[in-house]
Write a protein that binds this ligand. Sequence first.
Ligand code: NDP
Ligand code: 8X3
Length: 253
Amino acid sequence: MTTTKTALITGATSGIGEATARLFAKQGINLVLCGRREHRLATLKTELGREVATHTLAFDVSKKEEVKQALDSLPAEFQNIDILVNNAGNAHGLDSIQQGNLDDWDMMIDINVKGLLYVSRQIIPQMVARGKGHLVNIGSVAGKEVYPNGNVYCASKFAVDALSQAMRMDLYKAGIKVTAINPGMVETEFSVVRFKGDEQRAKQVYQGLQPLTAADIADCIWFAVSRPAHVNIADMLVFPSAQAAATQVNRVG
Ligand code: NDP
Ligand code: 8X3
């Protein structure tokens, strides 16, 4: 007998999270979609709700009380989360350590690290109680190596890398898999957010190469979560073919 699974995806309103929601819906996975932009959540609910049961939750992952309130409000049929995709996150700024903006630093640590922890802490106990579940943490090449001016963003993703390893150690005996997916350059809203809405500067990041798409990373996430029960994809580092390391990018033209 096959039972329908339910996935909770943070940062489902754009980029990698949205692409993952679309792919999961095609695969018949019921969805809890999270993000702050309510109009985008509503649109996704209308669209994907035609394919699978879909619930949306608008909250800021960096606000402890909001996280608790939102996740406590899940209707009974969405309370058993089989797959948690910890994807919400962004870079804010690309400044040297001596010129960094403290508010940018707070956001990156609060969202990328503390947000991932708050959501995970709320969801993991029901996985432990049921003896099964799968956490997919979206890290980055920036969590494997640092690059100039990447400082605090890299630190936040190194923390995600550490937490993925630590979660695996704490949870494997409870029957829970933990996967880290670490993308290189993916063209999403990521660089627009990093450069505070400067679309021209964001475009330049991907000039002269074919970057990954959000759908490429959704494919990797789906690969990881669709393995047989005895297989855990622990860690994936995924580059566009034109990238070999954080600072090694082959641009043409
Ligand atoms: P996008 O900017 O397209 O998506 C970011 C998502 O995170 C949005 O859905 C946004 O939703 C959500 N989010 C941001 N801040 C918060 C918050 N405080 N509370 C709740 N949700 C939040 O970027 P990507 O899809 O590229 O990024 C997704 C993940 O992938 C991030 O963790 C990023 O670090 C990682 N990554 C991206 C790479 C890239 O090159 N693009 C490479 C490696 C890793 P909303 O604004 O509605 O809240
Ligand atoms: C996002 C990719 O290269 O800006 O994590 O760190 S990068």
